[in-house]
Design a protein around this ligand. Structure first.
Ligand code: NAP
Length: 547
């Protein structure tokens, strides 16, 4: 039964989400002496790593960098087994953090925020929470922090006839819980739709089990090797000898990681063909995102980018035996424009296996027409399947908030406010929604950094902001519309000078039919962004209205 909460019984901070963002926000709030509660619809902590239990799920930033820096004891105590941790290890880490910092008593799992409305008179958020048993509770909170994750609402394309399919349908981001996600595909004919990061990870794993694997590819991905393996003990020792220094060097990078291999400050266009080849090859051997730093201008100059793209296509041609398949796997849009895929399992080699077929379902080719009881019809042919895996991604960045009855000042609905795209200021606040903060949402550099570094930055900024408001006796803070408009213009201006507008990516909302095409991430680099946020705070939260 729901009841209206009054200010007296409320919280200081309601945190939505118990992934890496929510856990740190909760810890921060408690260290500041604030009454805080985190809610998450999942039965466990870990956010995206809780849900994405598909075989092969693994982080694409090295574990020593994809981890919290806020506690020296934590970063010294924790040992990562692999250079790029797989999901089970990441989930163990999230649980370890929840236990180590005694957060569990303030986390309500299997509890969903189902509505929230700003109460102007009380200067509180009135939030309705729904537990798994259907019971509802209203809570008042002075602040609400949306740590609900940029990649938390799976996208299911509306394939005609999908409901008729007699086999099993699985989505990578909502993988079933049986045996820790070990769905048995032995002896089956399996189809995978989608070749983004999730598809690239799951495809080689399913290929090992299935009798037949059909990959339906609309747009090929650029896939670079991770060269994953056990974490190098000597590297771990060096990092831990001065973890603070290592973190500081990460924060000085535009991407917030990769300080061991910073971008080479030469233009790809200024290098000779031999030098270029040698440098691309060296970065390919290092693995991961270091490849995009082979030359400083790969992401800002289409001609430079084209040279890197051609290098990768060369790798595809030399790896995939069938030239037609290699051609189909070869992307033509700018490399890095869609998020680069980092491979630990031999993605391209998988297409040399006799049981694996690659079917082109590109718009220019032959899109998926419909689904029957038996399988997928594409290119006028029915592909019979026992199971269909959708690796079709997420309604990214805005999807979760846009499904929530969230009402700001004067009843303003987030769906109306963001009808044309996610308006925000500094990626931290939105005009019309006082005392509501975003963590790793639209408008920040989160998508282009190690997300945990961004999370820590946002949470620290929010914590400082709440402390300042309380010290100054302010009841609320809200982005001003002018500041928001200027921030949006700044974001677009930065993106215009990159290759990021040259493809159909989730950064642009282009993966979801009908979603407004707005570039949702900030490409200016983490140091400049952090400096801007710090300046705003130092200037009494300039661009925010205080009450
Ligand atoms: P994604 O990058 O959006 O890829 C979705 C795939 O599904 C694309 O290949 C897309 O084709 C395809 N698709 C969507 N609708 C389709 C349709 N109607 N017909 C045919 N194909 C369709 O999603 P994701 O792979 O889940 O990755 C999303 C993000 O999550 C990544 O960019 C990354 O940031 C994160 N992630 C990271 C890792 C990791 O390595 N740590 C793993 C998984 C996810 P089009 O390209 O043509 O749209």
């Amino acid at each position: 039964m729901s009841s209206q909460a009054t200010a007296g019984e409320g919280l200081d901070v309601l945190v939505v989400g118990a992934g890496f963002g929510g856990l740190y926000m909760l810890h921060k709030a408690r260290t500041l002496g604030l009454r805080a509660l985190a809610v998450d619809a999942a039965p466990g902590v870990g956010g995206t790593w809780y849900h994405n239990r598909y075989p092969g799920a693994r982080v694409d930033v090295q574990s020593l960098e994809y981890s919290y820096s806020f506690s020296e004891e934590l970063q010294q105590a924790w040992h990562w087994n692999e250079r790029y941790a797989a999901r089970p290890e990441l989930l163990r880490y999230a649980n370890h953090v929840a236990d180590r910092f005694a957060l569990r008593d303030r986390i309500r799992l299997e509890t969903r925020l189902v509505a929230a409305r700003w109460d102007e008179a009380l200067a509180r958020w009135q939030a309705t929470l729904r537990a798994a048993d259907g019971s509802e509770q209203c809570l008042a909170a002075r602040f609400m922090v949306m740590a609900s994750g940029p990649l938390s609402t799976p996208y299911m394309p509306a394939f005609p006839g999908l409901e008729r399919f007699k086999g099993r349908v699985l989505h990578t981001a909502a993988w079933p819980h049986e045996d820790q996600g070990a769905v048995d595909f032995s002896g089956q004919r399996v189809g995978v739709i989608g070749t983004g990061s999730s598809g690239v990870q799951v495809i080689p794993q399913i290929a090992k089990q299935a009798r037949r694997l059909t990959v339906f590819q609309r747009t090929p991905a650029y896939v670079v090797p991770a060269h994953n393996g056990p974490l190098d003990a000597e590297w771990e020792r060096r990092v831990k000898a001065d973890y603070a220094g290592f973190r500081a060097r990460s924060r000085a990078m535009r991407t917030g990681f990769g300080s061991e291999h910073p971008p080479h400050m030469k233009s790809a266009l200024a290098a000779s063909a031999e030098e270029r080849e040698a440098r691309f090859e060296a970065r390919w051997r290092i693995g991961g995102f270091a490849f995009l730093g082979t030359f400083y201008d790969l992401m800002i100059d289409e001609r430079a980018n084209a040279l890197a793209a051609e290098f990768v296509r060369g790798k595809i041609r030399s790896t995939v035996r069938d030239p037609e398949v290699a051609a189909r796997l070869s992307p033509t849009y700018p490399i890095g424009c869609k998020r680069l895929c980092v491979d630990s399992a031999g993605y391209y080699e998988t297409f040399n296996l006799p049981q694996v077929e690659l079917v082109d379902v590109s718009g220019g080719g032959r899109p998926i027409e419909f689904i029957t009881e038996r399988g997928v019809v594409a290119g006028g042919r029915e592909h019979e399947l026992d199971a269909l895996v959708l690796a079709t991604g997420f309604d990214a960045v805005t999807g979760t908030l846009m499904r929530l009855p969230l009402q700001g000042r004067g009843g303003l609905r987030i769906q109306d406010k963001w009808a044309g795209g996610p308006l925000n200021y500094l990626g931290l606040g939105t005009a019309g929604f006082p005392n509501l903060f975003h963590v790793a949402g639209a408008g920040s550099t989160a998508a282009f950094t190690s997300v945990i570094l961004s999370i820590e930055h946002h949470v620290d900024w929010i914590g400082d902001c709440i402390t300042w408001l309380d010290t100054q006796g302010h009841k609320s803070i809200e982005a001003e519309e002018d500041a928001e408009a200027a921030w949006m213009a700044h974001m677009l201006e930065l993106a215009r000078h990159t290759v990021f507008l040259g493809c159909e990516s989730w950064y642009l909302g282009a993966n979801i039919p009908g979603k407004p095409r707005v570039f949702m991430a900030l490409v200016g680099g983490f140091p400049a962004y952090a400096e801007q946020c710090a300046e705003v705070a130092a200037n009494g939260y300039a661009g925010f209205r205080l009450r």
